[in-house]
Design a protein around this ligand. Structure first.
Ligand code: NAP
Length: 238
């Protein structure tokens, strides 16, 4: 049985991805930080293993990765999904806000992967999927730190794909468009309508849209795809 680790899988895209991989026969490890009740629900509903670790904190990530290695021989698939966003003018972004967004969205993925790829290198097999954003591709006004963190994930993905290709490890990015999750929960109905109107497919994405793409990228059907940024955005960015 293959093992998938999904960071930030208590809610939203991560939770939908956990359900998809469980339905596809994987042993699913749900990482969470604050949302313990939601993680416990996934344990109950799809039999996921749940591990609390804040991706900002190196020793918590180390403990999680060591546990996955000792109990399951490492993860066959790692999905770096944990993320946060903040909407404000660049001139208002404080040093703390900047560091916080980079720390979760970009450095968190680094911390997980520096451990997680070691068993993959030994096995000469593995797959990493980084959840970036279309804003990492084209930039979003008033989301500068977020856009920078997601562009950083794209650079990290491409570099690592080159480095790990000879070890038969594939590394790809998914760049979602606007997806209907808590992350967009504070947007007004008017802004949501504008975003829908700007999307050629005329709707927000569902977490399941991203989960399906992640499942495909992890499958043998995608075994010649590496170093790519795959958009799932309803045509918002073409
Ligand atoms: P969400 O509903 O707000 O969920 C965020 C998840 O990240 C939660 O499970 C949360 O866990 C986890 N998380 C946050 N900080 C964490 C930390 N320090 N350590 C561990 N986990 C942490 O967001 P979402 O929309 O599903 O977003 C998932 C990913 O997709 C993010 O990387 C986001 O940037 C990306 N994305 C989203 C959209 C969108 O429109 N929604 C578009 C493009 C890309 P806890 O609640 O347990 O703390």
């Amino acid at each position: 049985m293959k093992t998938v680790l999904i960071t930030g899988a208590s809610r939203g895209i991560g939770a939908a991805t956990a359900k998809r991989f469980a339905a596809g026969g994987y042993r699913v490890i749900v990482n969470y930080n604050k949302s313990e009740a939601e993680a416990k629900l996934l344990k109950k509903s799809v039999g996921a293993y749940i591990i609390k670790a804040d991706v900002r904190i190196p020793h918590e990530v180390n403990a999680m990765m060591e546990r996955i290695e000792s109990e399951f021989g490492g993860a066959d698939v790692i999905i770096n999904n944990a993320g946060i966003s903040k909407f404000n003018l660049f001139t208002d972004v404080t040093e703390d806000e900047w560091q916080e967004i980079i720390n979760v969205n970009l450095s968190g993925a680094y911390r997980v992967m520096r451990h997680g790829i070691k068993p993959m290198i030994v096995k000469k097999s593995g797959c990493v999927i980084n959840i970036s954003s279309m804003w990492g591709q084209v930039g979003s006004s008033c989301e500068t730190a977020y856009s920078a963190s997601k562009a950083g994930l794209i650079g990290l993905t491409k570099a690592l794909a080159k480095e790990l290709g000879p070890s038969n490890i594939r590394v790809n990015c998914i760049a979602p468009g606007v997806i209907d999750t808590d992350m967009n929960g504070s947007l007004s109905a008017e802004v949501i309508k504008e975003l829908q109107d700007e999307t050629p497919l005329m709707r927000l994405g569902k977490p399941e849209d991203i989960a399906e793409l992640a499942f495909f990228l992890a499958s043998d059907a995608a075994n010649f795809i590496t170093g790519q940024v795959i958009g799932s955005n309803g045509g918002f960015v073409i």
